[in-house]
Design a protein around this ligand. Sequence first.
Ligand code: F6R
Length: 365
Amino acid sequence: ELGPYSHFMQKEIHEQPKALSDTIEAVLDAGFCPALFGDRADTVLRELEGVKILACGTSYYAGLTAKYWIESIAGVLCDVEIASEYRYREAWVHPKHLVVTISQSGETLDTMEALKYAKSKGHCAALSICNVAESAIPRASELVFYTRAGAEIGVASTKAFTTQLVALFTLAVTLGKLRGRVDAAAEAGYLEALRHLPGSVQHALNLEPQIKAWSERFAPKNDALFLGRGLHYPIALEGALKLKEISYIHAEAYPAGELKHGPLALVDQNMPVVVIAPNDALLEKVKSNMQEVRARGGELFVFADLDSHFSESEGVHVIRTPRHVGVLSAVVHAIPVQLLAYHVALARGTDVDKPRNLAKSVTVE
Ligand code: F6R
């Protein structure tokens, strides 16, 4: 079942080009159209005034990424909240907001209860982005987009995450089209970006030997810090979660601009700092944040792309993806942080597919 791989996590990381092409296929065939989200989607997506995303864990980080796309591409207000918080507060539910739940398993209790809570208060429509057909959450939602990642067995979510990102990107562009913010030329560009995505992800997977070489440096550490800005901040969060979950190294992620508001005090030579720094509009800002880290003796491990023009220097290690892929760069950069967590866990000898204290599907509180 594992083929050439040592663990399901490694296998599932490597299945991402296929999982992504399978998920993208329907979009490439149909273009960005409401029907991808169900028969009733046209009216719902046309009439909504905002999007409220509810999810847990890695799926929540997919939601955080989506906020950037939905607000910038569609011009639609988007708020993202952890399901277990939302369900227990007196939330104000806007009847014209679309509630979007994201769940690989479709059975996560907190996400399900958050959805029920929203429905009980607001009569709002709900869209489920889910990887398991006929599971509880899509059954309770009017609109559904099934990711086609295939069965995910490793406890740490990998291919489900990147396919969720594709689903959410598709939602953002579809909303942008319905609102007249995405014209035919822009749509063609977004389709082209999706078409190239599996290939770019394959290029990122090819970096595995270099990432494995880094893992030896992380294995003896107790802590790590992940930094990113904009669309790459949620990827930093995901990288920190993956690392703590399977290697048991304490890791935190911050938007790089927050460094000097507190976490910089943690930085010394014992704190490896991973930076997600592709060539986007915030690169110069990220570079100056990196200098702040270097000035305190922190060792930098930078995931960049060819266009970021980084060079290695004392205390600065760089791994580059072959090119900048624009709006979908966050999806491509999820791969190196998954591989880093995987190889650090291997180096530490932890149980990669079944990390201690965790379950694949969290159907209890
Ligand atoms: C982390 C991980 C978890 C899940 C979370 C939500 O690698 O897998 O954080 O993302 O438990 O699960 P789903 O998506 O099934 O609702």
